[in-house]
Design a protein around this ligand. Sequence first.
Ligand code: ADP
Length: 616
Amino acid sequence: MLKSLYFKIVLILLIFIIAVMCAVGAILMNGVTSFYTEEFTRQMTDCFAPDGLLMNDLQVAAQNNNYAYEMRSVLAAYGSILGIDQYRNYYILDTDGEMIAGSDTTLGAELEITPNMLSAISGAGDNLAAANMNYSDWAVRMSATDDGKNDCIIYIKDSLEEMRQLNSMLFSIILQAMLIGILIAVLLSFFLAKSISSPLQSLTHGTQLVAQGEFSGEIEVRSADEIGVLAENFNFMRERLRDTIDEVEGEKEKLDTVLSCMRDAVVAFTVEGDVLHSNSSAAELFGEELENGTLTIEKCFEALDLPLAKLGNSIILSSPDVPVEKSRDGFIFRDRICDSRVYDVSFAVIKYIETSRHIASGCVFIIHDVTGRYELDESRREFVANVSHELRTPLTSIKGATETVMMDPEMDSETRDYFLDMVLSESDRMTRIVSDLLVLSRLDNKRTKWNIETFDFKNSVRRLCDVMKPDLDAHGHTVNFESDEVIPEITADRQRIEQVVINIMSNAIKYTPDGGKIDLRLIATPQSTLVLHVSDNGIGIPEEDIEHLFERFYRVEKSRTQDAGGTGLGLAIAKELAIAHGGNITVSSKVGEGTTVRLELPIECKLKTEENSEKQ
Ligand code: ADP
């Protein structure tokens, strides 16, 4: 309340009015006093001028025996000129200052000796204005006779009561004026304060809204004065601020969108090691720790196996022997393994502005998932190693057999035939590997020439059973082929689809002990596909190997299957061919009980559809 604008204005106006009234009162009352005393002096000087009428008459009267009575009559006659009234009296005093006659009804009972009176008694005749006295007086010595018998003092004394009454009346007028002024001041200051404070209150309310981030309310400009200009400027400032904040928020949103769309995880830390910013990929990588806010820079180093450590506010390389690549503004740590995935981690120092406009530094990690590339590199390395290994084995056998034959010219024909057979079969094996690799390579490079035709798949399978009969008989296997009554014809590359069936059937023959049973069942599904199940009661496949069966050169227990003459490429080729047609191959198996391979083919193969769309 005491600090309110209204109170301040009232106080200022009150002080102003009181000060003005006091000054006016003081000036007025001082003026009245001066006027009164000066007027008295002027009047007395005029009246008692030595050659004036009054003095002449008094001189005449003073020469009488009854001079006091005569002089009193003269003074009474001049009463109005002398201003004699109830407050101003004249006295005729003897030379001792004792009253002889006068106008005072109390006959000078309270008459006291004054400086002017003393001056007249002594004959000096100087009349001084009484300073700070509550009266004004004038004394004149009359010497009418030479013997001085009739010497007396004419003494005029004004009690200044009239002046005091005037002053007190003035005082009460000023007091009344002051009270009215105060009342007017209170009212005026109320309206003044209201007219100033209500736009200020609107401004205050507006600033509070802006401080809370609410930019919608515009302040009404009611006047063209300074406050009106202030309100207008405030509205302009609010608009600019809103535009700026919108712009900043827009930029932030854009950045957030870009960051959240990034497949790379991005996480920034403050210099203290707390998370400053992160994107959704980082949330996937660090999970709950990031959500709970418990992720720290040290935990990040640990999780990504980074050779970094935090020392106070700086970050140092903890293992200098770990290979580090320098980037434009930081480092890149390649192939860091975290939760069986592989990442390239870029690390850089950043500068950012804190809320207090203080420029702080921190760091940012960009974590790029390179598991795919890493696995591809690995599988390439593995593939090259596998090819080398698969080719080296038959080459070693060929070399050994040839050397043996060459070193022993006397060798009997039976042994020589044995070694030459070995050379032939190992050459066949190498040819098979190379042609299988060629098939895969063409499939990989999409350079396979397809020969799409419509044919009866049921007939194909039946024919293949006949073709493979010698092989089946050689192992003493029985084969049983069942099929739905009506099997629609399919469009596919007949030769390659038959190759798929041969690969599957030859595996069933190879990995089933002699005298086994191989069942083929062909069905048409409502999804316009044909499904061929090839089941055997062979050695089966361990569960953990099933998912790897379609990898190139993968063989379950190499030693176990080496004898069967496999290369580990048959199922890989079969799967690629089936997928190229829009179909698939899956395997289910139990060790010691047998294996079922399920080949699914669409009636209208994918290659046909692609061919048609290419033609169009
Ligand atoms: P391979 O030329 O060695 O037969 P495949 O790619 O055709 O190569 O088969 C991969 C591996 O899967 C084989 O080495 C074998 O261990 C296993 N396998 C495939 N079919 C069968 C089956 N019917 N019974 C048991 N094991 C099988």
